[in-house]
Structures are given as structure tokens and as C-alpha cells.
Design a protein around this ligand. Sequence first.
Ligand code: MG
Length: 391
Amino acid sequence: MRTRRGIAILGSTGSIGKSSLDVISSMNEHGEDYYVTYLVTNKNVDLLYQQVKKYNPIGVVIINEERAKQFQSYLNGEKLNVYSGEAGLAEVMSRGEFDVLISSLVGFAGLRPTLEALRAGKTVALANKETLVVAGEIVNETAREYRANVVPVDSEHSAILQCFTGEDKESIAKLILTASGGPFLNRSKEDLEKVTVEEALNHPNWRMGNKITIDSATLMNKGLEVIEAHYLFDLPPERIEIVVHPQSIIHSMVEFVDGSIKAQLGMPDMKIPIQYALTYPERIRSKYQRIDFGKVSQLTFMRPDVERFPLISLAYEALSQGGTATAVLNAANEASVDLFLRRKIRFTQIADFVRQALESIPTKRLPDIDEIFEADRQARQFVYAETEHSN
Ligand code: MG
């Protein structure tokens, strides 16, 4: 008999959340015993209600208070714990009625609840890279102190974890993160100025939420992943490299001191790394699509062009600076992506604002959590204020 494992999902109605529920159904079809304890959404209560009917959790958290009231009106006598707001979320996280938390809220919002789950000593399957980007030190310290584990869901970091398995840390020379290059790999600098929201949302290989799809188009996603890799695998920035690999078949690689390289390959489907995060260090059967090498036919590689995609360099600079610099980088990017999606700024201005925010906001060394929140607030305010001046 398999051990029963309870799963809570932060962000169950988002792209990773929906895939995670599919993974749980599919694992159970293969004889596993996973069940859902809590589902958390910001405001998509209609989908949440469908998920509740299908997965029968102990309870839900709806962060938006208005939507929580709306959700209450859907219930007729069902036995379900309904919590709302940040406070409700913190309470559910700290009680820890789950074995694994899938942390997949979008952006900075994932930080506090993820820390709560770590303090409850739980395993966190981390899909929310911003959590590590803004507060990597604090997340790692908290995990150490409460003997909790962080397992990456991000496909690149899942690949690196798989390449690491069975190796000593001393034998690792460097990490090679692969990047699809996004939809604008071959656009000239001038043409990037004219990119529309629709073009930027049309990623060639992966279907994802809006924020991460824009980050993939600017290559900021890869910059954030370098920072994520630094905190997950404890290697300095100069030993984390990016290689553009448009087919998205190799999900990342590790080079060893003897010159050997291990790579992890698979179809670009997030369900595979989600399942690995849930079963790690074991593997179980899945029905997901296999690579047909007759169809793939070639795998190509090139160096990223930091001239056209300056956010990569800005991410490396922020990581080298340390302290609150990565929180400023992340917040300025979140605010700029929001403005781009609302058609208030051009595509190339995302990088301009992130650079200006990094130059203007002083870095604090060894920040505590409140100082990180303050840096985040300052960076967002900076970007929104700058746009008001320029428009
Ligand atoms: Mg990724």
C-alpha cells in the first residue's frame, strides 16, 4: 500500500495549479494515493468551485474578500472550511494540514505563505520563483531551521536536480540553464520597440500564465531562474550559465569537473516536473507524451544576446549585488510587466524601468523580511511614478 500524501495548492486556478490537479488525478490512476487538503486562489471562485466538487478538499482559501463572499453563496450545505484574505491564508499554512505545498501563486504574493509552510516543517514544491529571487537567504535559513524541504517545480531546476542526483557537490563545475529564447529570438533591436501585447503573449513552446509569458519574451524569466538556481543549488553567479536552445527539449544541464555534461530531456510539459517534485526522490509511471527523436530531428544552441535582452545582465548584476537588489529587480519587473500588459509602456521599456529602479533605489545588505517588503514597495512605486511622468 502506498503512503497517503496530502497536497495543498497555492494558486490552484492558475496554469501550474490546474496542471498539478491533473497530475494528482493521473498519479492516482496509476495506483498512488494523493489527496487534496487545501486549495488557494486569489479570485477565480467559479473554477475553484468546480475543483472543490472534483477533488473534495478539507477547505479553501480565497484571498480576495469580495470573492470569498461570492463563493460562500455557491455552497449549499457542503462541509467545507472557507478562509479568506491574507490572514486566513497564513492560518491555513501555519496549521500545516498537508504533506506537500505546491507554491504557485504569481509573483511576490507567494513569499509569506511559503515561509509559513516551511515554518510548519513541510515540503514545498516551489513553482513561484519570485519567492527565492526576493528572499532566497531567508527561505533557505527557514528551511534549515525547521527541517523543511524546498523542491523545485520549474523545469530547468527540476532538470538540474535530476542531473545532481548521485553526484557530490565538489564534482560540479557549472550549471547550464537552457532558454527557449521566447518569441522574439530573431527580432532586431528596432523591431523589439514595436512588439505588441498579443505577440508577446504568444510563446512558441510553453503555454503559461501572462506574467511568466512576458518574462519569457524579455528573457527576464531566465534571469530570475539564474537567481533561483543560485539559492537552490548554492553556486555563485559566475558558475551559472545561460544557453539558448529553441526546441525546449533539453531542460538544463550540469557540467562536471572532469568535463562531462549531464542533461535532462523531455517534452515541454510542466506536468512532468510537477510530478517529479511530488514524488522526489522516487519516480513513478506517467502517461505524458514521450520524445519522438524522428520528429525532433535537431537540437540547436546559441549564446543569449544581452544587447537585445538586457534584463539578463541586470539579473546577474542584482544577484552579484545581493541584499535587497534582487527584490528591487523583481518588483520593478512585475510593475513594468503589468504596465506593458495594460498597454501603458512599450516592450523595451520594461528593461529601462528595471535598470532605473536598480540605479535609483539603494541596496540594503542582509535585509530582514520587512526590509524586503519595503524594497519591493519602493521599486513598484518608482516604476508607476516614472510612467506617470513620461506619459
Ligand atoms: Mg522555467
